[in-house]
Design a binder for this molecule. Structure first.
Ligand SMILES: [Fe+2]
Ligand SMILES: [Fe+2]
Length: 198
């Protein structure tokens, strides 16, 4: 695969830069969530940051295979100006939605135009993941803004992602009765390794 002097090569570098920055923005946001007493939201940001690292690696691999050494770049990259967890979740959802709906579809179309079907397909698959990221950030933004992160209208299962304690109820206590740590409860159905409904 020769990517030299193609728009696809530039777009892959933009995508690599965008994913790398997103990974760091989410890592910084995780730190803010910790400072805001919301380690469960910090875990959401870190979980997503790890996935952005994988996306970055996929784009870096294409660039390596395409013969890139040094790529001058122009592009627009978001800066998180927000300084609280709720606003950071909103910004993250917005940026993910833009990646899904605008940026990656445009990159995929350009790649397909230039005859790089494999790159186009991968961009489309990653765009779908960014849609899931947008949905996840939106969901946590809504729960936090409606003060329902630790409260549910209907009884549901809760898990402390620090020690693993699970119980059923309409409200998670601020501090886990087992490990004593605060802010680690999440609805079991929203935890990444739930084995319910199997
Ligand atoms: Fe990504
Ligand atoms: Fe993402």
């Amino acid at each position: 695969m020769n990517l030299q002097n193609t728009e696809t090569q530039k777009n892959l570098m933009r995508a690599l830069a965008g994913e790398s920055l997103a990974r760091n923005r989410y890592t910084f946001a995780a730190g803010q969530a910790e400072r805001d007493g919301l380690p469960v939201i910090a875990a959401v940001f870190r979980y997503t940051a790890d996935q952005e690292k994988e996306h970055a690696e996929i784009f870096a691999d294409f660039l390596r295979r395409g013969g890139a050494e040094n790529i001058p770049l122009e592009g627009g990259f978001p800066v998180d100006t927000a300084a609280d967890t709720l606003s950071l979740l909103a910004a993250a959802a917005k940026n993910e939605a833009k990646e899904h709906g605008e940026i990656y579809p445009a990159f995929a179309a350009a790649a397909r135009n230039e005859g790089f079907a494999e790159v186009a397909r991968k961009l489309e698959l990653i765009a779908e993941i960014e849609n899931c990221h947008a949905g996840r950030f939106q969901a946590f933004h809504r729960l936090l803004s409606e003060r329902k992160l630790f409260v549910s209208d209907l009884a549901c299962g809760w898990i402390c992602i620090n020690c693993g304690h699970e119980f059923e109820g309409t409200e998670a206590p601020r501090n886990c009765p087992v490990c004593g740590e605060a802010g680690y409860f999440i609805r079991v159905e929203m935890s990444p390794f739930s084995y319910l409904n199997q």
